[in-house]
Design a binder for this molecule. Structure first.
Ligand SMILES: NC(=O)c1ccc[n+]([C@@H]2O[C@H](COP(=O)([O-])OP(=O)(O)OC[C@H]3O[C@@H](n4cnc5c(N)ncnc54)[C@H](O)[C@@H]3O)[C@@H](O)[C@H]2O)c1
Ligand SMILES: [Fe+2]
Length: 355
């Protein structure tokens, strides 16, 4: 069975594109009392970017904190905050930030039109009603959250996305100028998320020409960005992120993502750095990818944290193993239908113990 998947219908790309968001939003400001909610990463509090937002009378500036990756409880609180701000629904939600802020904007725009808690919708196609119009303006590149059909959330029982066609943004504005000023380590970790998407997609058993076309171009761009010297490297990384996301949309990620979910669920380690930590131990599965990744780390003088699992209880280690091995499609993509005999609990535990 082939999937019939939706993609983001409207995309603006280019340096300074941010200056045009007022025009895009004005088309949506229809009717009395129409207002927008700007969901912005609080790293930009009082920064020039925040001052450039085209806020109009009645709009809401909603600063969000992403120290912890988005939790369902936090989403529910933010939705309540919007309802308290104005009992009328906004006509648009605009997410400005990295993968976390973008996922918050997705989840909030969905929950404004769906009853209950966001935790009720963690899974596949559980959302009943379309979201409020939502737009993303990434300020970090790599996750592919700008084009994916999921909003990844940590809930009371699991870390799992709200996956649905309604999750997709209605509009994205990709302005490479917004990547200026990202701390180098963060730039590298989030960029490597994209590089790893490409390797896992291209080397997976689910690969097809659709995913290969996007994955190969994304990989080429990542090499230019992380191994070369290019003035327009930010433009390249933004497109690499988009193409990497398109590649996995029609294939799947693999072992590195599965294992990093375990690290993130139990230790709260963020996605980008978690993928980097994990990838460094996967030379048996992705020999060329890991060798190239290490050259990239060396070039950018990146040191990864070690001994993360040293003092962990057996119970927590087991919980990580269970989380990782629960991601069945990722393992099937990586190792094929016989994956359970290849990636046993023992082998997974050994890998975690080395981290
Ligand atoms: N929906 C998806 O398809 C998808 C895919 C992969 C990851 N994710 C999610 O994305 C998140 C990771 O996203 P990320 O790697 O982009 O990082 P992030 O959004 O978690 O941000 C990382 C850090 O960078 C800061 N930051 C963001 N933009 C900045 C800028 N321009 N200048 C300075 N600092 C800036 C943030 O405040 C934060 O401290 C995780 O929550 C993960 O679950 C989602
Ligand atoms: Fe990822």
């Amino acid at each position: 069975m082939y999937r019939n998947f939706s993609i983001v219908p409207k995309i603006m790309f280019g340096r300074g594109a941010f200056n045009q968001i007022a025009d895009i939003l004005n088309e949506r400001r229809i009717g009395e009392g129409a207002y927008m909610v700007f969901v912005i990463d609080d790293v930009f509090t009082d920064a020039p970017l925040e001052a450039r937002l085209p806020l109009e009378n009645g709009d809401m500036l909603l600063r969000v904190n992403v120290e912890d990756e988005p939790k369902t409880k936090y989403i529910d609180e933010l939705v309540e905050k919007i309802r308290a701000f104005n009992p009328k629904k906004p006509v648009g939600v605009i997410g400005i930030g990295g993968g976390s802020a973008m996922d918050i904007a997705k989840a909030v725009s969905l929950m404004l039109n769906n009853p209950g808690s966001s935790a009720d919708y963690q899974g596949w196609d559980l959302i009943k009603n379309p979201a409020v119009y939502h737009m993303a303006i990434p300020t970090l590149a790599g996750t592919g959250a700008e084009i994916s059909r999921t909003a990844i959330l940590t809930g009371p029982e699991k870390k799992l996305g709200i996956n649905s066609d309604y999750t997709l943004f209605d509009q994205i504005v990709l302005d490479p100028e917004l990547l200026v000023g990202v701390p180098k380590d963060q730039w590298f970790y989030t960029g490597m998320d994209c590089y790893i998407h490409d390797v896992e997609s291209l080397q997976g058993t689910f690969i097809n020409e659709f995913s290969r076309a996007y994955g190969e171009k994304s990989l080429e761009l990542c090499r230019e960005v992380f191994l070369g010297e290019h003035e327009d490297k930010d433009d390249k990384l933004m497109m690499a992120s988009y193409f990497g996301g398109m590649s996995i949309a029609y294939s799947q990620v693999g072992a590195c993502h599965a294992l990093s979910y375990g690290l993130s669920y139990v230790l709260g380690i963020h996605h980008g750095i978690g993928c980097c930590i994990t990838f460094d131990y996967l030379e048996d599965i992705y020999p060329e990818g890991v060798a190239e990744f290490r050259r990239m780390m060396e070039k950018h003088d990146i040191t990864l944290p070690r001994n993360l699992t040293k003092n962990m209880s057996e119970g927590d280690l087991e919980k990580m193993v269970t989380t990782a091995l629960g991601l069945v499609p990722l393992w099937e993509n990586c190792l094929g239908p016989d994956w359970r005999n290849i990636m046993t609990r023992e082998r997974t535990l050994e890998l975690y113990k080395r981290m």
